[in-house]
Design a protein around this ligand. Structure first.
Ligand code: SIN
Length: 534
């Protein structure tokens, strides 16, 4: 197998991975591998912006408190203080890199989002993520010490003498395996929204980093805290498009199909309550009113504000026949952000020496049990810089080249029937996760989810014996491994907290469990090609 050596190996090319490359010393050889194009991840879809204290009426303590409260007081105060106090410097660094944030009267325009007690969201209209991504891609491409490898899928961490020394990746251009050897391996692969049936995340968000870590026995934390965003555009052509919380910050209100508001019955901040509370309230109302979605009414926002602050949202809705100036927007909650992940310290170091995690895939402790709006891009920046500073301060030289036996078995012959089986299993996991580990959970539901996942894993193992290197199968395995992490963590936490909300256990639980196990056994023993899993 070919070996490619570097001082810093970054897996993933969202805000965290690219900013890490930008912050690393010029004398380090940096390699970035990414399974799609450099700008194909979640970052480019981020709309709202970056939370940052800049206004004289605002203060760090307030941003810290809002972050703690949104996170159900489960966050790490030290990590949160670091996050909040680093924000102004990092915003300046982005501006120097050419990021053009929205200004008003020559000062940064500040939006407002759920859970924030002040206007403090710095943004570039409603395309903040893509503007930042573009600036970082340009910068990284200009760095002579940085080499990018697009369409390389990381499949396995390599550990020697209890230390991570790189990753084996599949070159999707040639289907060959390559060993990327490095003293410093950084997982920056983003999140896992694709684990769920409904998500605002793009198709690449399949939980690859969590699976890499889980398979290597790296410590994970808080995986039960999947955040559901209240306002995904609910339309068959919308493909999980997000209606930014900033629209509610500008005055839009969530309403029932008959136009009545309801959030006043759930929280004093109404439609701008923390996300977990809003999503749950919507879920309850959707059940009560037997409807698949509710509405976001933005018709009270001025035409000028909608045009200048939300041009992308306005146009996207318009393209599918919704004029947001005059019509309410159909919305429903969807999986959005994993608050937990690979456990790290404040320098981004994981439990495995030589391995770092930054961005959404990491659990730095800043989000607690529910992330505060617009703290995610900020987390990516802050901890990328922390990890870069740690590695910059070291002067470790690469040891000898490690060689692996070449194992370049190719899967050129994967057939359509197998591909549709993989697609079917992926859909099945997404449905199971939505039903059993979604916005409202129960002990029995989580147990059912676990048993159903086991059945699917048996099918996956069978396919693996024939097509171990099929890209689609590897992604499916990542989705499955991440789902297991979420369900396992959720089963351990037996009381509700933040995004992890448990229905009270029924007094009939034991009986229900017996019936359930009986059905599962029947299913597993059936001769059907596919077990009934949903
Ligand atoms: C949004 O614009 O609503 C999303 C921002 C975030 O996820 O924090």
């Amino acid at each position: 197998m070919k070996t490619i050596q570097s001082d810093i190996l970054i897996i993933g090319s969202g805000i965290a991975g690219l900013f890490m490359a930008v912050q690393s010393n010029e004398n380090k050889r940096i390699h970035i591998i990414t399974k799609a194009a450099l700008d194909d991840g979640n970052t480019r879809l981020a709309q709202g912006g970056i939370a940052c204290v800049t206004h004289s009426a605002d203060e760090f303590e307030s941003h810290i408190q809002d972050t703690l409260v949104a996170g159900a007081m489960h966050g790490n105060p030290e990590a949160i203080r670091l996050l909040v106090t680093q924000a102004p410097t990092l915003i300046q660094e982005l501006i120097q890199l050419g990021v053009d944030f929205s200004m008003e009267n020559q000062i940064l325009n500040l939006g407002r989002e759920g859970g924030h007690t002040h206007h403090r969201i710095i943004h570039a209209a409603d395309i903040t993520g893509s503007v930042i991504q573009a600036a970082l891609v340009t910068k990284v491409k200009s760095q002579t010490n940085t080499k990018t490898f697009e369409y390389f899928l990381a499949i396995e961490l390599v550990i020697e003498n209890s230390k991570c020394c790189g990753v084996i990746a599949l070159d999707l251009n040639t289907n060959e395996k390559v060993f990327f050897q490095s003293n410093n391996t950084i997982i920056a692969t983003g999140g896992c929204g694709q684990v769920y049936q409904y998500t605002t995340n793009p198709s690449v968000a399949t939980g690859d980093g969590y699976a890499l870590a889980k398979n290597a026995g790296v410590k994970m934390k808080d995986m039960e805290f999947m955040q559901f965003h209240p306002t995904m555009l609910h339309h068959s052509l919308a493909n999980g498009f997000l209606i930014s919380e900033a629209v509610r910050g500008a005055g839009a209100e969530l309403v029932l199909p008959n136009g009545d508001s309801f959030m006043q019955f759930y929280h004093p901040l109404k439609s701008l309550a923390p996300r977990d509370i809003v999503s749950r309230a919507m879920f309850e109302e959707m059940i009560k009113h037997q409807c698949s979605h509710l509405y976001l009414d933005a018709t009270n926002i001025s035409e000028e504000t909608l045009e200048t602050h939300f041009p992308n949202i306005r146009q996207t809705c318009y393209n599918i026949g919704i004029d947001i100036h005059t019509q309410p927007i159909p919305v429903s909650p969807a999986a959005h952000f994993m608050c937990g992940g690979i456990e790290t310290n404040l320098k981004g170091e994981s439990s495995l020496p030589g391995l770092y995690a930054i961005g959404e895939v990491a659990c730095t402790g800043v989000h607690g049990a529910n992330r505060l709006a617009s703290n995610s891009l900020l987390e990516g920046l802050v901890f990328a810089k922390q990890a870069a500073m740690k590695i910059n301060s070291e002067d470790e030289k690469l040891t000898a080249i490690l060689n692996f036996q070449s194992q370049t078995e190719l899967d050129y012959n994967i057939n359509d029937a197998t591909l549709s089986e993989i697609a079917y299993l992926k859909k099945s996991i997404q449905t199971i996760m939505w039903q059993h580990a979604g916005i409202v959970r129960s002990e029995l539901g989580l147990l059912s989810g676990k048993i159903k996942l086991n059945i699917i894993n048996d099918k996956i193992k069978l396919i693996e014996t024939e097509f171990p290197n099929a890209y689609q199968l590897i992604e499916l395995k990542c989705i499955s491994a991440t789902s297991e992490c979420i369900i396992e963590a959720a089963r351990v936490r037996q009381t509700s907290l933040g995004t992890h909300y448990l229905k009270i256990k029924s007094k009939y639980f034991k009986e229900e469990e017996k019936i359930h196990r009986f059905l599962i056994n029947k299913n597993t023993n059936s001769k059907n090609k596919y077990p009934t899993i949903a």
